[in-house]
Ligand binder design. Structure first.
Ligand SMILES: NC(=O)c1ccc[n+]([C@@H]2O[C@H](COP(=O)([O-])OP(=O)(O)OC[C@H]3O[C@@H](n4cnc5c(N)ncnc54)[C@H](OP(=O)(O)O)[C@@H]3O)[C@@H](O)[C@H]2O)c1
Length: 295
């Protein structure tokens, strides 16, 4: 399997290093700065250390490669795909791993239709931390073929569907929770620090999360909130009063209170007879059945 990398920055360099260490040889890479670099420049040295030959054109990148992994900034993904499309062959797999919008991936799939095989891929964890061992979601008709090609070298590809855009959608959906949780923790720990209990509060919260596997916590949070939103609204009013008295950030807490008010108005408590439903899906079915959400 001959691999080409389009965009040779933090992720490209690390993936190349890991794949070379796993026995993949003959990797080539193209970036605009790489094309301008002279033999002996730092970029050439970095490439050589990662087992990579830098090439000067996209045409050279496409020549005799089976798979091309694009690792450009998300905002450059469509333009890069347009530029490279004239050099791609129908049998080649073009895998876009940049963090881009679902629509961008759908557009690239359409652009490459009949020109090359396309895989939408999404890197789910920090590359410097996990390299090729971190989960890479993949979607599209050729996602499974890509997974099979990369498996012998230890790349952790998980196929999430056959629709281009699916992997990027999964990453964005995940971000609602991962980034939201980070923002809530920032607000929570700020007030803890202002009140002088940072370490105790952090340990208490971590202890609560650690009591049981997260899947169980998630079910508790979702199913419990569906039927107890009303009383939690009152508690959030007291929380807001505390934050205000300490001049601490209130942005996330106000959103939590607004969300609880929305949930309370949905009538889920009545629907489930004030008893926590058994599954997250039951709650989501009930919410989606109410029609479009307004906020
Ligand atoms: N690093 C991570 O931990 C991580 C985690 C998750 C997702 N990602 C995603 O992976 C992608 C790459 O990330 P990175 O950290 O490697 O970024 P980076 O260090 O900024 O590298 C981006 C590379 O793309 C090249 N490039 C930029 N515009 C280009 C264009 N129009 N055509 C061709 N090459 C172009 C850049 O070089 P030139 O400007 O010289 O061409 C550079 O080599 C991004 O979409 C990022 O969001 C990264």
């Amino acid at each position: 399997m001959q691999l080409g990398i389009l965009g040779f920055g933090e992720a490209g360099v690390r993936f190349a290093k890991d794949l070379s260490a796993a026995g993949l040889t003959g990797i080539v890479a193209y970036s605009r700065s790489g094309a301008k670099a002279q033999p002996g420049d730092a970029l050439h040295a970095e490439a050589a250390a990662a087992g990579v030959t830098l090439v000067k054109t996209m045409r050279a990148l496409c020549k005799s490669t089976d798979v091309i992994i694009a690792l450009t900034p998300g905002k450059a993904a469509l333009a890069a795909a347009k530029k490279i499309s004239k050099h791609l062959q129908p049998g080649q797999i073009y895998v876009d791993m940049s963090s881009a919008a679902v629509k961008t991936m759908e557009d690239i799939a359409q652009l490459l239709d009949g020109k090359a095989r396309f895989v939408d891929a999404a890197i789910m964890s920090p590359v410097p931390l996990n390299g090729i061992k971190g989960v890479i979601g993949a979607s599209g008709a050729d996602a499974e073929a890509f997974r099979v090609l990369m498996e012998p070298y230890g790349m952790n590809v998980k196929v999430v569907g056959v629709k281009p855009g699916g992997a990027s959608a999964m990453k964005l959906i995940r971000s609602v929770c991962m980034k939201g949780l980070s923002a809530v923790l920032l607000e929570c720990l700020e007030v803890a620090h202002r009140y002088g209990v940072l370490e105790a509060a952090a340990a208490d919260i971590a202890g609560s999360f650690d009591e049981r596997p997260f899947a169980q916590n998630m079910k508790r949070y979702v199913c419990g909130t569906a039927v107890h939103a009303e009383r939690r609204i009152h508690e959030m009013a007291d929380v807001l009063a505390l934050l205000n008295s300490l001049d601490s950030s209130t942005r996330m807490t106000k959103s939590t209170r607004a969300k609880l008010m929305d949930v309370s108005k949905m009538g889920l408590r009545e629907k489930f007879n004030a008893r926590e439903p058994d599954t997250i899906a039951a709650v989501m079915d009930a919410i989606v059945a109410l029609g479009p959400s307004k906020a």
